[in-house]
Write a protein that binds this ligand. Sequence first.
Ligand code: TYM
Length: 328
Amino acid sequence: MERMLSGIKPTGRVTLGNYIGAIKPFISYQDEYEMFIFIANLHSMTITQEPKELRKNTRDLIAIYLAAGLDPEKVTLFLQSDVHEHAQLGWYMTCLSGMGELYRMTQYKDKAAKGESIGTGIYVYPTLMAADILLYNPQYVPVGEDQKQHVELTRDLADRFNRRYSETFVLPEPLVAKVGGRIMDLQNPTKKMSKSSSDGKGCIYILDDVNLSKKKIMSAVTDSEGSIRFDPENKPGISNLLEIYASLSGRTIPELEQRYVGAGYGTFKKDLAEIVGQYLTDIQTRYKEVTQGSYIDDILKEGARKATPVARKTLAKVERKIGITIYK
Ligand code: TYM
């Protein structure tokens, strides 16, 4: 079996964008690949976290993974902070990287452009992400569009290491869903739907009240043309809703365009609101079950137990090659 790895940060509440761009694809791959999925809680420290909230968000995120259908029998699910090798390889990756290439990362550039004071953690974030990936030598990294550049940097660092010290790392490939790789804000469809979005109206949260989520779909920004067709440039609102619909229903966008020829936006949105509502209802019902007792803790401990030897083996190999290990 080929190997796959991915992670999500426990910052803020999980959005429909995270679900469509990442969690849903993970579930669809779990039968075909050996999967490692982790909660990137070290990455969440790049912005100030209220400890109580971080704990809650971390637990919620794991519960959502499980409630959405990730099967811990098939997938190794763990906390990044439980496997200390991430931080250690992260340091070597930082030392392997150049200021210029980190400076070019759009996530950093966007934050820097806002002129706010930003922590060093945001700047070196991609090197820790490279370590997360390379410790497990996966062939594929399923991510949303916004993380593709980080996986490409990981490939560059892996290649640099291999050339400098000899073949060690598999060069991982980013896997971005063709439909749903970048779900946009419902009120501002030229902007990514995001956990940190300040206007809650444009963002659907997985644990949101179901009726409120339906209302958010019904009041999503569209255009005045009145026809349901996919044209992200001229019709970003409708195109985004079509992507959400296609991804959740398993239908293709052309099929949906065909189905809604002559129909108004109201009908289309109402159908989509029902689908979104059904997904949320199902996940929220399961969420209540998986948060009972010590289920989550048991899964995370077992996940760390399985992930640690894999990570340790890679780190030991790296440390031998670079000359850090001196013991015979
Ligand atoms: P994070 O936590 O921002 O997002 C988690 C995943 O959700 C995807 N995503 C979206 N997909 C579609 N539409 C959206 N609006 C949307 N918003 C978010 C992201 O692309 C991502 O796949 N750096 C990562 C976490 C990470 C990681 C890793 C991922 C740390 N180490 C190693 C893969 C491998 C992040 O901040 O994701």
